[in-house]
Design a protein around this ligand. Structure first.
Ligand code: NAI
Length: 273
């Protein structure tokens, strides 16, 4: 009997330690694109788990509004208005964290755009560059600064979750720049996983299918397009931001401690068909 109760106590302490490890109030999650959609859902999830959250987003109005709505005695959330595609801005934000000796344990890259649909010969050079600059280069800048900070402050565990897309592994008509940027984000994520595993920093990518966010407001008004899309989704519905946030949080948490360098679709079964 005594052995059983000792075992139970050890199990309890172990489980509290694990919970504390994930819910430590002073752990910081930096979330780009956190003012809207999947990013905002992810911000809420990390706050609920006891993280401090720093939102980086180009939409000042939405960022201010989100922080005002979310800030409370128990929720520590801040917003910096910035353009993820401007590396000087991202460098200065992370340099500030370093100056304050403030490590970040999690980086989630949600900031992204979906350009107008066009076959390649109709693409403007500007539109091509804008998509790659935000979706790929912005993700690179944030990852690089997060890793510089982690290295300088010698953190011994951390996680990056990059939001790619199902277009990170397959293609869809008239979305060449988006598909190219998201394929590259998956490749970038795998490379980071190789380089930083010895620091216990994991990197994974998620691949949402069709998610009900402001990015899709117009698309979701078009019944014909939605019918066409949903025919290809075995679960026959779009997902919520919170469903994607659940996967992102899981991959960043210690529950996923042996998962790195992977790509996880969250698409209602779309890619399996
Ligand atoms: P959203 O439009 O609701 O949110 C995107 C956020 O990124 C916005 O707050 C926007 O201000 C911010 N952002 C855009 N450009 C920025 C820049 N240069 N600097 C800083 N912030 C910037 O879109 P949603 O749907 O939440 O998308 C989030 C991520 O998920 C994107 O990377 C998107 O490509 C990806 N995704 C979305 C899918 C969907 O169906 N909604 C499907 C697959 C991937």
């Amino acid at each position: 009997m005594i052995r059983y109760s000792e075992l139970d106590t050890i199990k309890l302490i172990h489980s509290i330690r694990e919970t504390m490890a994930d819910k430590k109030t002073h752990r910081l999650a930096v979330i780009t694109g956190g003012a809207s959609g999947i990013g905002l859902g992810t911000v809420k999830r990390f706050l609920n788990e006891g993280y401090e959250v720093l939102i980086l987003d180009a939409n000042k109005e939405a960022g201010d509004k989100s922080v005002n709505n979310l800030k409370s005695d128990t929720c520590n959330v801040n917003f910096i208005h910035c353009d993820i595609a401007k590396h000087e801005q991202i460098e200065s934000i992370f340099q500030n964290l370093l100056n304050n000796n403030r490590p970040a344990h999690v980086l989630v890259n949600c900031a992204g755009i979906s350009p107008a649909l066009n076959p390649l010969h109709k693409y403007s050079v500007e539109e091509w560059h804008r998509t790659i600059d935000i979706n790929l280069h912005g993700t690179f800048y944030a990852c690089r600064e997060f890793l510089k900070l982690a290295t300088a402050l010698k953190i011994n565990e951390g996680a990056i979750v990059n939001v790619a897309s199902i277009m990170g592994t397959r293609a869809s008509a008239a979305q060449a720049s988006y598909g190219a940027s998201k394929h590259a984000v998956v490749g970038l994520t795998k490379s980071i996983a190789q380089d930083y595993a010895t620091m216990n920093i994991r990197a994974n990518a998620v691949g949402p299918g069709v998610i009900d966010t402001p990015m899709n407001t117009e698309l979701m008004k078009d019944d014909d397009v939605m019918q066409y899309l949903l025919q290809r989704v075995p679960l026959k519905r779009v997902a919520t931001s919170d469903e994607v946030a659940n996967l992102i949080y899981f991959l960043a948490s210690s529950e996923a401690s042996y998962i790195t360098g992977s790509f996880y679709p969250i698409d209602g079964g779309y890619l399996a068909g």
